[in-house]
Write a protein that binds this ligand. Sequence first.
Ligand code: ADP
Ligand code: MG
Ligand code: MG
Length: 887
Amino acid sequence: PKYVYDFTEGNRDMKDLLGGKGANLAEMTNLGLPVPPGFTITTEACRVYLATGAPPPELAAEVDEHLARLEQVMGRKLGDPDDPLLVSVRSGAKFSMPGMMDTVLNIGLNDASVNGLAKQGGNERFAWDSYRRLLSMFGKTVLGVDGELFEHALDEAKKAKGTTSDLDLEADDFQRLVEVYKDIIRTHAGREFPQDPREQLNLAIRAVFESWNGERARLYRRQERIPHDLGTAVNVVAMVFGNMGLDSGTGVAFTRDPGSGDQGIYGDYLQNAQGEDVVAGIRNTVPLTELEKLNKAAYDQLLDIMRTLERHYKDLCDIEFTIERGKLWMLQTRVGKRTAAAAFRIATQLVDEGLIDMDEALQRVTGAQLAQLMFPRFDEKAAKKQIAKGVNASPGAAVGKAVFDSKTAAEYAARGERVILVRRETNPDDLPGMIAAQGILTARGGKTSHAAVVARGMGKTCVSGAEQIDIDLANRRFTGPNGEVVQEGDVISIDGTSGAVYLGEVPVVPSPVVEYFEGKLAPDADPLVSAVHRIITHADARRRLGVEANADTPEDAQRARRFGAEGIGLCRTEHMFLGERRKVVERLILAKDEAEQQAALAELLPLQRDDFVGIFEAMDGLPVTVRLIDPPLHEFLPDLTDLSVRIAVAEAKGEPVDPHDRELLDAVRRLHEQNPMLGLRGVRLGLVIPGLFALQVRAIAEAAAILIKRGKNPRPEIMVPLVGAIQELEIVREEAEGILRTVSKETGVDVHALIGTMIEVPRAALTAAQIAEAAEFFSFGTNDLTQMTWGFSRDDVEGAFFGRYMDLGIFGVSPFETLDRDGVGRLIRMAVTEGRATRPDLRIGICGEHGGDPESVHFCHEVGLDYVSCSPFRVPVARLEAGRAAV
Ligand code: ADP
Ligand code: MG
Ligand code: MG
């Protein structure tokens, strides 16, 4: 293969081979822009190097050939003592990894050519400045010397001069520094700085290859989920000099504001400086607009080039440039990173400018960006007192009184107070408190801890792993690192976007995007809202997937509907057995005969019926998929330990023990399971406790009848959880159909409901062809399906070893967050195909956490599901991603 490409030979589509930097340098060269000549060594050469420990044997000759051509074009020879050609050796991978890999400038300088450079440049200071820069960069990145040593020597030189600015150092200062730097290299690298320019070049190329596997680069790739086997390209570029005096300089610019998307001139410029100086902050840069005064011709040319690049790339570009004695040179460009707000605004601006169409605009934004725009934020201008910093586990801004357990959180919330649930770590028992809280703060755990995952699912703010806080549960308080004490009831503020924890109340500003979705802001209220409106409207027009919501209450249902939900894909019924009703459920469980059981059920019926009336009404005309009761029964009983302790204490004190407590204890013991998630739950419960499912079906049917009589159009669907065999479903189905008929007869109203099942046990997926005979719809319960396919319990493993698994690269993201295509995904594909083979009009959706995850939405589109269902907050995200998947 060909391992080296001249800039004139490449183009922007060759990023795989030439890396982003190389491909774009080639593109700019071919656009006729002033790019210093050079060539790119391919990522393929790097891959060979990484695999074998040596560059491919053909590489040296190809580099020779391209170098010779470069020398010819430049009319100089690399490192020539009289008139040296200097080059930079720059890394550049397919995906931009800013500052993660290495670059060496001024290759070709040595003890002799430094004099040639001085003579040709007519500037001694510039030549010695360039040489000392080479020594420090080469020493650090190629020879592995600690960069601090050079920094320190430079500081000493400035100190000796009584200055803090490198501009005050003169030629002889730099000349002396060169000797010091050489000493540092000799001492710390155990070798002399190589004087041979070609050896410098070869070593630098190898160092860039190796920087691919540097620790920083590896970590960055892991975080950004960039594959480890791509390798980097190496660009060899003729040097141009921004450090030749005040008529020279270097800068960076954006073609529009990457923060807001506003059009204008954004950038920084630094006179008499080279390369990294701008970003390294060695001196204060000036805003790019000042360049107009310094060099009008170069400034105008730069603006002209920026317009050319924007029109050419049809997107925001960022650029690096250098001015050498008044002449402008382009050193880099790429499609620039931007904030979520800027992404939406720029996409629609480009549509208005006629550069892209709406389909393309839709591709330019992501669901993750939309989600970011939906979180409230702390007022930037407000004063804040930060006391700790944790992991930014789930974005947003939350303010409330600190509370230390779930129950207290629920009590405060019931009184209408806002709370932050503060826990060492959370577990499923904390769920009610998490729901009641504005935000969650934990002292332990990272982005995959229980708290983090659950909070993200709920769209709730969470800071996890704030290790500096010391929680004293017994005394209901926590202590900050500087001894600040926060008692239960004290107000704190947490920023899930940055991980900061503040004392007291920091004012929050709501997201205008949410206000728009809520109907409180008009679509043209401000430029950002208008951009979001246009793009999401286009997504809706494009998408094939329906988007429904997981909602259990009328309020959630209404909210979901405002956010665009086209039904409820999962209405859980567990909460209909909690709160005040827990006592009735206890009676149901403790019932000694059928009469007692019936009495308890009869008491629950009207309550549940009212619940359904509210929900169906909120979703009038749209499907509401009601899942029959799912969790193990003992979740409705008191905790075994609590109860045992209560009884033991009473006994020890010689007090009479409440006989009801004893009965309860027996029941709790009887129902105790080693492995409740694999125990008596879901359909199994319905088959074991007579009358339980019947009660629920009756409540659904009667609610529907009431609404039909009121002229409404309820569309209930009955969903049976945890089915693994068609027989289970058939039994429940027969009973349910009977009840629907009975209620129709009793009420004189024709009540219909689709009857279907969740596919969440692997066996259900494997026997989908059979199950579809009894099911009118499937809904993939991917939380359980993931848990049972992998064989690990979500509640137990995320905190325990997921972090480690991700470090080891076993998965890049939790399979509970993004659907595991290879394993769980395969079961889903199979069940879709085989289910539809049995029943072509089978309605199929997904209602697990994954329904709102962008990646997973794309998967659902691909396998041909009818809809995804997710938390109300995620509905707009799913709409957007479903649209993106369809274009
Ligand atoms: P990074 O990928 O970290 O941005 P670069 O390869 O772009 O690293 O180089 C670092 C700095 O050196 C940049 O400011 C760049 O503009 C500058 N630079 C690179 N090559 C040259 C060159 N041939 N002449 C002048 N400056 C250069
Ligand atoms: Mg750069
Ligand atoms: Mg389930």
